[in-house]
Design a binder for this molecule. Structure first.
Ligand code: NAD
Ligand code: G6P
Ligand code: MN
Length: 448
């Protein structure tokens, strides 16, 4: 076999809690995705250094031939790069906490990517991600950006509209995580044992067909399970939980049962609960302790503690950092582009007729064949009135947010929040917006 070309990877958002997982996954896959260089870039020197010092040790022990560097200088970071794996959080968890708590004050969902919180985060993220694209195009014009930075739906619409020719692919790991659970429910080893048809917007979609490689229909068995237990797996049912999955995520996987009942012929993305059962979610939320607090107390603490331990011990042996589905998905995507594997993957791409009764300019999440030229979207055909109605409302929200950011328009952002299915009326939308403006004055463009 021909020797595979070695890649140069830049992780943008080097200080992310997901960075060690991605590095571990890259190191686990060197036989099919060889690497000559890994670099980190972040605009927060101190935060990035804590993660980078541990990863430096990890890389030196596992693959000393790989060059490693970390920097806050865009030119050093973005020069001589094949792939930018981006996962930035503009405003850090402190701002996520405000995104979640402000709407809850008014009895509205407080969530990282859905409803007013997601809109607020979108208004911060757009500028950050566009800046990364500018750096990439200036210093490594042939590189691809694989972007996890949330809210992916709004970021994707912004990049479609404002950087139409850029080589960015926006992705989400939620379908991957759910498919991992589906494999467990079916008693299969891997989600790669089946092929799916799926359509929607990011954090807003439905599986319509799932078959094994012999063409056997796996939907009936999955529907039977999900309509009773949601995406809680058989082992979690018998063990009454899972010590590796926080209670709030277990609730989300269980709630998919109620969401699935709205259209019993399909299987839903878990995030639809925020739109279809908003009130239920508000009722169980603690306005003083939201998911941001949970992440700061758990994932963020654990990742930084583990990195600290590696640095103190001078070795990564015996460390507890781990790679997961999230990391494997972005590596699969990079490999598909680098070596033209033609892997079938769910990606966020311009609709362009794939869903033929839906806005061709919408950014939709659908299966694509990934080649060296990027994604080739597959045709998902006509969608039913229920999903179409929901998606039209939500895509209008996402487009209005991008227009509001571009034009500095208070009016359009008020319309966007009002139109979100999570918000009961325009008066409450305005109150939330005014609080969000105050909280985000260091991050948002000025609105008039
Ligand atoms: P985090 O706060 O731990 O890490 C984000 C890093 O980005 C921080 O180190 C921060 O300093 C850096 N950063 C912020 N603004 C920047 C900028 N303008 N330029 C360069 N660096 C910048 O956050 P996290 O929880 O690890 O999540 C990272 C991102 O990945 C978030 O946007 C999160 O929502 C997203 N995410 C997306 C998916 C998905 O399905 N698409 C899945 C998981 C995480
Ligand atoms: C899912 C979603 C992501 C989200 C992630 C982490 O995987 O697809 O978009 O960022 O969960 O959420 P958390 O609340 O754990 O930070
Ligand atoms: Mn996601």
């Amino acid at each position: 076999m021909q020797k595979l070309k070695e890649q140069s990877i830049l992780v943008a958002g080097g200080g992310s809690t997901f960075t060690p997982g991605i590095v571990l996954m890259l190191l686990d896959n060197l036989d099919t995705f060889p690497i000559r260089q890994i670099k980190f870039y972040d605009n927060n020197e101190e935060r990035q250094e804590k993660v980078a010092k541990a990863c430096e040790i990890l890389i030196k022990e596992r693959a000393p031939q790989i060059k490693f560097a970390y920097t806050t200088d865009p030119e050093t970071a973005f020069t001589d790069v094949d792939f930018v794996m981006a996962h930035i959080r503009v405003g850090l968890y402190a701002m996520r906490e405000k995104d979640e708590k402000i709407p809850l004050k008014y009895g509205v969902i407080g969530q990282e990517t859905c409803g007013p919180g997601g809109i607020a985060y979108g208004m911060r993220s757009i500028g950050g991600v566009l800046e990364l694209i500018d750096y990439m195009e200036k210093y490594s014009p042939n590189a691809w950006m694989l972007n996890y930075s949330n809210p992916a739906a709004i970021v994707a619409e912004a990049t479609r509209k404002l950087k139409p020719n850029s080589k960015i692919i926006n992705i989400c790991d939620m379908p991957v995580g759910i498919e991992h659970r589906m494999a467990e429910i079916l008693g299969l080893d891997s989600r790669k044992d089946f092929v799916v048809r799926y359509y929607g917007l990011n954090h807003y979609g439905w599986w319509t067909d799932i078959r094994d490689h012999d063409g056997n229909d796996l939907m009936p068995k999955l529907i039977e399970h999900v309509s009773q237990y949601g995406y809680i797996t058989p082992s979690e049912i018998s063990n009454h939980g899972n010590e590796n999955v926080e209670e709030s995520w277990m609730h989300t996987f269980g709630k998919a049962k109620d969401v699935q009942a709205l259209d019993p012929t399909t299987l839903p993305n878990t995030y639809l609960k925020y739109y279809l059962f908003s009130q239920d979610e508000v009722e169980i939320a603690d306005p003083n302790y939201t998911r941001a607090n949970e992440v700061m107390d758990h994932r963020e603490k654990i990742v930084f503690q583990e990195c600290n331990k590696v640095v103190k011990a001078g070795t990564a042996k015996g460390q507890n950092l781990e790679a997961d589905d999230h990391a494997s998905y972005i590596v699969d995507l990079a490999r598909a582009i680098a070596y033209n594997t033609r892997e079938r993957m769910l990606l966020i791409v311009p609709n362009n007729g794939s869903i033929n009764n839906f806005d061709s300019t919408a950014m939709v999440e659908i299966p694509c064949i990934v080649t060296s030229n990027g994604p080739e979207p597959l045709v998902m055909g006509e969608i039913p009135r229920f999903q179409k109605g929901m998606m039209e409302q939500q895509v209008a929200v996402e487009k209005l947010v991008v227009e509001a950011w571009e034009e500095g328009s208070y009016q359009k952002l008020w319309q966007a929040i009002t139109l979100s299915k999570t918000v009961p009326n325009a008066r409450i939308a305005k109150q939330i917006l005014d609080d969000l403006i105050e909280a985000n004055k260091d991050f948002w463009p000025e609105l008039k």
